[in-house]
Ligand binder design. Sequence first.
Ligand code: SF4
Length: 414
Amino acid sequence: MQFSHSQINLYQTCPRKYAHQYIDRMKVSSDSLHLVLWSAVHAWLERLYEQVRDHKIPSLDDVLTAYQQDWDTQVDETQQRQGPEYFTLEDRETFYQRGINYITWYVEAHHPFDQQIPMDTEHRINIDLDDDIRFRWAIDRLDIDEDTITITDYKTNRSLPKDDNDSIKQQITLYALGVLNDYGSKIKHLVGNVIYLHMKKTVTWKITSEEMENAKTYYKDLAREILQKKKLRDKGAKESFPPQQNFQCNGCPFRMICPLWSHGYKSDEAITLDSLWNTTIKALIDQHSKISKQHKALEAEKKEYSKLLGQYGADNDFKKLYGHDFQLRIGESTRYSINKDTEETLLKKLKEHNLLDDLLSIDVFKLAKLFKDGTLDEAERSSLIHKNTSYSAWRAKWIKDKDKEWTEDKIGDS
Ligand code: SF4
């Protein structure tokens, strides 16, 4: 199966969206001004370096005109697909201006572009990480200097990834594997170079063989996990690619069929409870949530009273307390926890007394998870552990205004 870094990124952000897009092959339109900006800037950079490779050095005015053309092309193509009103004039202007700022900074920092003539732009790479796992992508720019190849990626992100979760660095390291595969006999060193246009920042580092090995294992494991889940899904395991709420949900083309959001698009439904009480599902949801909130507040209050009265009983040696109408029993509960430093000694002691087996119990939730994620064979599950599923609603939360994009006339009673 063929993968790209953006597919893997999508799988990690939301497995359900990944499955719709890359397994079910549902047609999606992910048009946004972020994408228009990204495409226009990348098209412009590709054109710029094609000229530079032909030793034609454009002026700032030339490059701004070229960017204007690339921007207009991207906007026109999107509006042909989505209609002329798809973007507001104000948003278009904001994003267009962002592009102008990126390009002005880039040209001022690099003009006359003679530091290095790129070996290639939009360089296609294929690499097999395993018999059935192939990665394919295009590298923004490749430069070669004696025995060193520099892999450059241009980003229009508005923030830097944190050091401990730098998926961009990992992405470039994966690209390095492909470059090494193609040019390994001619080069000794690989350098990663990410240009964050929004922050006017360039991050450069030497890519080590250890990092490449780690990246190989990382992406191979993730691709394997996807293949394994796909097999489970083919056998009918609906939850193998669960939806995962994330920052992309508001613009997600699958919101109307996503179990986390689709109910919001439905019209209200009447129901009767105990043949006496007529209500609707939406009214019941709001009522349930109001009760949950009150319940939570009352629970906290009850806990405070319990603590105070319990301590009062203990201080005065009362096992029972009497109000005007109710009585309370004073209970005592003690929690024990295992000290990590002495755990070994404790286990030894239990073994000496032949008590270890009595104290060991299987965590059925963890066990069920192993069947669910495919670590253990799901077909054997029913003969080993019983399953009894019931459903309940929980975690009452207000719906944020930004999440309310549904209107009844969008989907009606579907
Ligand atoms: S709406 Fe959100 S959770 Fe649902 S599929 Fe799309 S990205 Fe995933």
